[in-house]
Design a protein around this ligand. Structure first.
Ligand code: ZN
Length: 205
C-alpha cells in the first residue's frame, strides 16, 4: 500500500466482503482503522455486504473518506446514502454487471461517485467484461443530460489493455488490484504502465 502511495495512487480502495453478498470474507472496520493509520491517502471503502446501512457508521468511524453501498444490497438506498453523508463521508453507489442504470437513476443527484463493476464482485483477477463500456458511456450521457457532477469509477479487470477504453467511455477513477499488486516487476512499474495507457485519452475534468 505504501508502494502504491509512492507511485502516485490517488486513493486506497478497500474491498469489504461479508460472505453473504459475495462468497468471500475479507476485512472489517478494525483492519480499515489500521490502514487509516498506515497511509495519508483517502480510503475508498467498497461495501460488498448485505444491509450496508447497518455497517456504515463503523466504517465511517474507522476512517473511510468515501463509502460505496451496492444498490442490489440496499432496499432503502436513498436513506443509506443520506446516512453516509450525515456521517461526514462521501457517498457512492456500486452496481453489479447485470444491474441496469435505471436502478440508480434516482440517487444520482445525491452521490459523489458511481462505482461500475466491470467484473462480478467477489474475487480478484477476473477478466474485464467488455459490454460494460456501453454502461459507462450511458452513465456519462446521463450525467451530461442531467447536469450532474458525480465521478464515474470503474472496478474490475482493469489493466493497461482495458484502462484507456474505460477512460474514453467516461470513467475518471480506475480501481486496480491485480494489475498493480500482482505485477511481477513491482507496483511502480505497474502504475507507470497504467498512467501511460490513459495519458493519450485523458481529458480535463
Ligand atoms: Zn472494489
Amino acid at each position: 500500500m505504501r508502494a502504491a502511495e509512492r507511485a502516485g495512487a490517488a486513493m486506497i480502495h478497500i474491498d469489504v466482503m461479508d460472505g453473504r453478498f459475495v462468497p468471500e470474507i475479507t476485512m472489517g472496520p478494525v483492519v480499515v482503522r489500521a490502514v487509516r493509520r498506515a497511509t495519508a491517502l483517502p480510503l475508498d471503502v467498497h461495501l460488498m455486504v448485505v444491509e450496508p446501512e447497518r455497517q456504515v457508521r463503523a466504517f465511517a468511524e474507522a476512517g473511510a473518506a468515501r463509502l460505496a453501498a451496492h444498490v442490489e444490497a440496499s432496499p432503502h438506498l436513498y436513506q443509506t446514502i443520506q446516512q453516509i453523508r450525515a456521517l461526514g463521508v462521501e457517498p457512492a453507489v456500486a452496481l453489479n454487471p447485470a444491474t441496469p442504470l435505471e436502478e440508480i437513476e434516482w440517487v444520482l443527484p445525491v452521490v459523489t461517485a458511481v462505482l461500475v463493476m466491470t467484473v462480478e464482485p467477489g474475487s480478484g483477477g477476473q477478466p474485464f467484461i467488455p459490454e460494460m463500456l456501453a454502461k459507462i458511456r450511458g452513465l456519462a450521457d446521463l450525467r451530461r443530460s442531467r447536469g450532474l457532477g458525480f465521478e464515474i469509477a470503474v472496478d474490475g479487470g482493469l489493466g493497461p489493455d482495458t484502462a484507456s477504453s474505460v477512460v474514453q467511455a467516461g470513467a475518471s477513477v480506475l480501481v486496480a488490484g491485480t494489475a498493480v499488486f500482482g505485477a511481477p516487476d513491482g507496483v511502480d512499474a505497474a502504475m507507470a504502465r497504467l498512467r501511460a495507457a490513459v495519458r493519450p485519452v485523458r481529458r480535463p475534468s
